[in-house]
Design a protein around this ligand. Structure first.
Ligand SMILES: [Zn+2]
Length: 335
C-alpha cells in the first residue's frame, strides 16, 4: 500500500501532540496537591497548618485504631474546624497514619462539612515503640512496603479515590532500629516514584537525623524533600539552622498557649539567618484524641501571629511561614 505524505504527517503529529501533552502534565502536576476531596492547586492552599491531627486513636491497641464514635467525632470536630476557619485557617495537613487512626472516608466527610481542606498521608508510623507498625512490614521486602504506598498515591487509599499528599514516617529514640530504617528506605523509594515529600517524626533524635540525611544523600534525594518533624524537641538551634541551611524543612510543630514566647525567639533566629523560608510552624493538635477532649490547634492564629507583628515581623514574613512554606514544602518533587 502506498502511503501518501499526508498520511505520514498524521502519526508524527499525533506523537508530537502526545509528548507535548505529557510534558504539560508533568509541569502541571507539581503545582497540584491531593486533598481528601480531590486535587487542588498549591496556590489555593492558603493559610495552612502543616502538622495536626483531625482525629486519632493514638494509645489504643493497633487493631482498634480505625474505629470511631462517628456521631461524637462529627459533633466535636466539625464546629472546631469551623472555628479555625473563622480564624483564617484554610488547609490542614493531617498526620494521623494508617494503623493509628487514619480514616480517609471520615476525613473527606469532615472536610466537606467544615469547608476546610484536609491533606492526608501514606506511610507507617515507626515511633511509639513500633506499636503502630503492622506485623507484615517486618517480613515483606522494602520494595513491597513501598509498593503499598505508591499504590495509594497512584490509585487511591482503601478503595476510595482519595490520595495522599505526603509520606509520614517515624523514628523512635536511640540508635535507629532495623524496622525504622527499613520503613524510611521504603519511604525514599516511594518519594522517588511519586515525588511526595517525606515528613518524618524524628524529635530530638540527632542520630536518626544524621541517618536519614545520609540515606537521602546516598539515594541522591535533595534535602528539600525531607521535613524534620518535631524538630522543636531538639534544643540546640544552631543545629536546626545548619540543617535548614542545607535545604531541609524544619518543623516546629508543638506550639501551644504556654510556649508562644519561646517559639517567637526561635523563629527570630531563623529570620536573622535568612532561613525563614525553611521553617514550618504548627501545633500537633488533635480534634478527637482517642475520643477525648480537643488538644487545641488555634494558638498560632490567636497568639503567635499577633506576637510576631508586635515584634516587627512583616505580613510578608508571616505569610511566608504559614502560606508559602507549606506550599513549597509539600510540592511534589518531580525529578
Ligand atoms: Zn503529630
Amino acid at each position: 500500500m502506498k502511503i501518501s505524505g499526508r498520511h505520514l504527517f498524521i502519526p508524527f503529529f499525533s506523537i508530537f501532540m502526545c509528548l507535548s501533552t505529557l510534558n504539560l502534565f508533568a509541569q502541571t502536576d507539581a503545582e497540584m496537591i491531593q486533598t481528601v476531596t480531590g486535587s487542588v492547586r498549591l496556590s489555593d492552599l492558603g493559610f495552612s497548618l502543616s502538622h495536626e491531627h483531625i482525629m486519632s486513636n493514638f494509645g489504643k491497641p493497633i487493631d482498634e485504631t480505625s474505629e470511631y464514635d462517628e456521631d461524637q467525632l462529627f459533633k466535636q470536630v466539625v464546629p472546631y474546624l469551623e472555628y479555625l476557619k473563622s480564624l483564617g485557617v484554610e488547609t490542614i495537613f493531617d498526620c494521623t497514619t494508617e494503623y493509628f487512626g487514619r480514616r480517609v472516608d471520615l476525613l473527606s466527610r469532615i472536610s466537606e462539612t467544615s469547608n476546610i481542606q484536609i491533606i492526608t498521608n501514606t506511610g507507617f508510623y515507626g515511633a511509639a515503640g513500633d506499636k503502630y507498625i503492622p506485623s507484615f512490614a517486618y517480613s515483606t521486602s522494602v520494595t513491597e512496603v513501598a509498593s503499598i504506598w505508591i499504590d495509594e498515591f497512584e490509585h487511591g487509599i482503601e478503595g476510595t479515590a482519595i490520595k495522599p499528599g505526603f509520606i509520614k514516617l517515624g523514628f523512635d529514640g536511640g540508635s535507629p532500629s532495623k524496622i525504622d530504617k527499613k520503613l524510611f528506605e521504603a519511604g525514599i523509594y516511594t518519594h522517588l516514584s511519586t515525588g511526595l515529600v517525606l515528613a518524618v517524626h524524628t524529635g530530638d533524635n540527632i542520630e536518626a537525623v544524621n541517618y536519614q540525611i545520609n540515606l537521602l544523600n546516598h539515594h541522591g534525594v535533595d534535602l528539600s524533600s525531607w521535613i524534620w518533624i518535631h524538630a522543636n524537641k531538639y534544643e540546640d538551634d544552631r543545629i536546626l539552622l545548619e540543617i535548614a541551611s542545607r535545604g531541609a524543612w524544619i518543623s516546629l510543630d508543638g506550639l501551644s498557649s504556654i510556649n508562644v514566647d519561646k517559639y517567637l525567639e526561635r523563629i527570630k533566629k531563623f529570620k536573622e539567618r535568612g532561613l525563614l523560608d525553611h521553617l514550618l510552624v504548627s501545633h500537633d493538635g488533635n480534634g478527637f484524641p482517642a475520643g477525648g477532649d480537643i488538644r487545641p490547634f488555634e494558638d498560632i492564629m490567636k497568639s503567635l501571629v499577633p506576637a510576631m507583628y508586635e515584634e516587627g515581623f512583616s505580613k510578608q514574613e508571616v505569610d511566608l511561614i504559614l502560606i508559602e512554606n507549606p506550599k513549597n514544602a509539600f510540592r511534589l518533587k518531580l525529578n
